[in-house]
Write a protein that binds this ligand. Structure first.
Ligand code: NDP
Length: 248
């Protein structure tokens, strides 16, 4: 890839939380951005505006990544707008917490369909394009919970552990094409997702963090931009924890 070529990133769930921080960190590195969202158009529009302030082109694209139509439409929209896709960040994620004995099949499916199948569908939608380009960086947002498990999050932990298997398998399939596939495993990061946790659960989790504090979305975004860099070409199939020491 020549130095002048404008690089393009697609970030699922880029409207808020970690996704927004990832968009802004990539924008600061000069990437044009396709900011995906599912329901919160206002948050996505704000992310687009903030990217614009950093001097790059950004568009918001509504799509439900848990459906094949949504994932394909998202990648097609990015291709139509920018002509290429260099980076895919599978960040969209949901929780439906509860103990397994009380967990509905619906809550299991919702979480796995969004977090794991959504990433599979987006990878599938973008893989041929990246192979043709002989260039690509795919980064999947896993979690400390995918590495260690968590009572009350069997569905979420399964989806996040599954993402690691997906990451390593696809890394092996795409390695010769200069397409890397890696995962980032955040610990406890301050976003809407963790703000929604009951106070007692938040305090209990905070007490397990060696660093003694929650992480910031920007700290996760830093790891994503590192893996998204052209210079990270020889790093593939890895899981990079950003968790203040939780998963040691
Ligand atoms: P938030 O709950 O703050 O944001 C979730 C994002 O996912 C939103 O942008 C939302 O879009 C989007 N989304 C949800 N469902 C879909 C869908 N079907 N299609 C497209 N987009 C969708 O989450 P966080 O920022 O906290 O988390 C981001 C990622 O990081 C997730 O994968 C999460 O599991 C992971 N993570 C987070 C940790 C944390 O402590 N916060 C720790 C470890 C991992 P919209 O705005 O339109 O609703």
């Amino acid at each position: 890839m020549s130095m002048e070529m404008k690089r393009v990133a697609v970030v699922t769930g880029g409207g808020r939380g970690i996704g927004r921080a990832v968009c802004l960190a990539l924008a600061a590195k000069g990437f044009d951005l396709c900011v995906n969202y599912s329901g919160n158009a206002e948050a996505a529009a704000e992310t687009v505006r903030l990217c614009g302030e950093l001097g790059v082109k950004a568009v918001a694209v509504q799509a439900d990544v848990s459906t094949a139509e949504g994932a394909e439409a998202l990648v097609e929209a990015a291709g139509a707008e920018f002509g290429r896709v260099d980076v895919l960040v599978n960040n969209a994620g949901v929780t439906r917490d509860g103990l397994l004995v009380r967990m509905s099949e619906e809550d299991f499916d919702k979480v796995v369909d969004t977090n794991l199948k959504g990433a599979f569908l987006c990878c599938k939608a973008v893989a041929r394009r990246m192979m043709r380009q002989r260039y690509g960086r795919i980064i999947n947002l896993s979690s400390v919970v995918g590495l260690r498990g968590n009572a009350g999050q069997a569905n979420y932990a399964a989806s996040k552990a599954g993402l690691i298997g997906l990451t390593k398998s696809l890394a092996k399939e795409l390695a010769t094409r200069n397409v890397t596939v890696n995962a980032v495993a955040p610990g406890f990061i301050t976003t809407d997702m963790t703000n929604a946790m009951p106070e007692a659960a938040r305090t209990a989790t905070l007490n397990t963090i060696p660093a003694g504090r929650a992480g910031l979305p920007e700290e996760v975004a830093h790891a994503v931009t590192f893996l998204a860099a052209e210079e990270s070409a020889y790093i593939t199939g890895q899981v990079l924890s950003v968790d203040g020491g939780m998963a040691m």
